[in-house]
Design a protein around this ligand. Structure first.
Ligand SMILES: [Zn+2]
Length: 271
């Protein structure tokens, strides 16, 4: 599943291709995404000039002179830059044709991805308005997480993955940040000390920044806009390493299920 670093990598790939370009046509092969594309979708976007490509949580925001296209990659979606009119592969659902002769092509085998074109401010759209702060932004700091964890009995890993607390910290990065902060994923959020909360905030920021730097983690479903996979997987300490020796202390990495998701941790390094 594309996580925040993959989405940010996609954003960085799209920005120079799309900014300042006009979308001359929108070609839809399959309307049934997570939500069906409405009848007026193509007409609403065609002729718009792209003013920038932003991101909020795992949503790409393709900003135009007439509104914002909000794109979510879902479980298996990707955006690639192709020559306009080139042959479509299976699951290539939408082409945004640009006046440069290129097209941005949305592929999504499982069709959990989505596209919404909104004319007003994107921040108040129902998909975006309830989201917590960005993990790499200034609002997500030790003081903020301290306040949000007090009196909370929920396990810290599950709290970190709650988008109302902080967005974009998925399963891989929650596990990895807790390892780097030396905190057990099972601890009640409200029992963390101030020093631990501070370490955790720094670890979240560092693990996400490091993953963005190499283009993300997911090798199976996700490709960058230039088609190459992410390489962060080689730097993972615990995620999907159950039974393998901890890279720091050699203790076998353990696995358990929390909130229907697999959690990985080192019982020696993390307390
Ligand atoms: Zn260890």
């Amino acid at each position: 599943m594309p996580e925040l670093p993959e989405v940010e990598t996609t954003r960085r790939g799209l920005e120079p291709v799309m900014r300042g370009r006009t979308i001359t046509a929108v070609e839809v092969a399959e309307r049934r995404l997570r939500w069906a594309l409405p009848a007026g979708f193509e007409a609403a976007l065609a002729g718009r000039r792209v003013t920038g490509v932003g991101r909020r949580a795992k949503y790409l925001l393709i900003e135009t002179d007439g509104g914002t296209l909000i794109v979510h990659l879902g479980m298996s979606g990707s955006l690639r830059v192709v020559a306009a009119g080139s042959a479509r592969a299976p699951h290539d659902h939408v082409d945004l044709v640009l006046d440069s002769g290129r097209a941005v092509r949305f592929n999504d085998p499982r069709r959990f991805g989505s596209m919404h074109f909104v004319r007003g401010p994107a921040a108040v759209h129902k998909l975006l308005r309830a989201l917590g702060p960005e993990p790499l932004g200034d609002e997500f700091d030790a003081e903020y997480l301290w306040r949000r964890t007090r009196r909370r009995k929920v396990a810290i890993k599950q709290l970190l993955m709650n988008a109302a607390i902080v967005v974009g910290v998925g399963n891989i990065y929650a596990s990895e940040a807790l390892f780097r902060a030396r905190i057990s994923p099972r601890r009640a959020a409200g029992r963390l000390s101030r020093a631990e909360v501070g370490r955790l905030v720094l670890a979240v920021k560092r693990v996400l920044a490091a993953a963005i730097k190499v283009g993300g983690t997911t090798l199976r479903d996700y490709v960058r806009t230039d088609g190459s996979p992410g390489y962060f997987r080689q730097k993972l300490y615990v995620y999907e390493r159950a039974g393998l020796p901890c890279r720091v202390c050699g203790t076998p990495v353990r696995q358990m299920v929390q909130g229907q998701r697999s959690t990985y941790w080192c019982p020696s390094c993390q307390r």
